[in-house]
Design a protein around this ligand. Structure first.
Ligand SMILES: [Zn+2]
Length: 253
């Protein structure tokens, strides 16, 4: 039996992904020359007034009572789960039988609004040099997962952008613990080494339901109106930051 430090394996792969981003991304980056401060040159909205990420100051949060959040099909097994290196991050898409896609309603969402799963992706230290994007009481987490969902009022993601609450992002922070192992990230981490080149992708052998990659059906979250955190930085995005972190182990067998 041998052990591979999870953190090191994760970081090594992420570092490779960053290299891919630096050498081949023609659109935006996180370095000095193409960093967030320069994005507004090409994407005007990146200078907007409601830009994410933010720091959530717990003292300034207003406690609200919302109706229960309804999670539909989050526990359904997709037909396939595809990991793609898009040059900036690992993008995860899922293929479902039509009508069986994960959907969301209730909570802070507008009455009668229903959102459908588009993709999820990650932000981590080696990619943006900062770890998680949003902070809570100025504390950053080592990584953050964003589940992007589109309002079913719009036929596709592009037409939902910039519409009032056309897009919802569910944000989950990661916490690294020594044990126990997170069984749902086993194959995922192994697959990362197979998508080192930009635009390369792989399917998981075992297509797990969306919820397995998240924390819990948490009822504790912060919500605010912000923006996409990468160009085109579209605003009017409703953010839901969950307080319960996803635990991943420092070790992976
Ligand atoms: Zn994101």
């Amino acid at each position: 039996m041998w052990k591979l430090r999870f953190g090191m394996a994760w970081k090594a792969v992420m570092l490779l992904l960053v290299c891919a981003a630096v050498t081949s991304a023609a659109d935006f980056g996180y370095g000095v020359q193409r960093g967030p401060g320069t994005w507004a040159r090409d994407y005007e909205q990146c200078n907007g007034k409601h830009q994410s990420p933010i720091n959530i100051n717990k003292m300034a949060v207003i406690k609200m009572e919302y109706p229960k959040m309804n999670y539909y099909n989050f526990d359904l097994r997709p037909k396939s789960v595809t990991l793609t290196n898009n040059g900036h991050t690992v993008l995860v898409t899922m293929n479902f039988t039509e009508g069986k896609e994960p959907r969301l309603s209730g909570g802070p969402l507008k009455i009668d609004a229903v959102y459908q799963f588009e993709q999820f992706h990650f932000h981590w230290g080696e990619n943006d040099t900062l770890g998680s994007e949003d902070m809570i009481n100025n504390q950053r987490y080592p990584a953050e997962l964003h589940v992007v969902m589109r309002s079913l009022k719009y036929p596709d993601f592009a037409s939902a952008l910039d519409q009032e609450q056309g897009v919802v992002v569910l944000a989950f922070f990661f916490k690294v613990v020594e044990r126990p192992l997170n069984p749902y990230y086993g194959e995922f981490v192994e697959m990362l080494s197979g998508i080192r080149g930009k635009d390369s992708s792989k399917n998981l052998v075992e297509p797990l339901p969306l919820w397995k990659f998240l924390s819990t059906y948490s009822t504790r979250y912060y919500s605010y109106i912000g923006s996409l955190t990468t160009p085109p930085c579209s605003e009017e995005v409703l953010w839901i930051d969950y307080q319960d972190a996803i635990y991943i182990s420092e070790y992976q067998r």
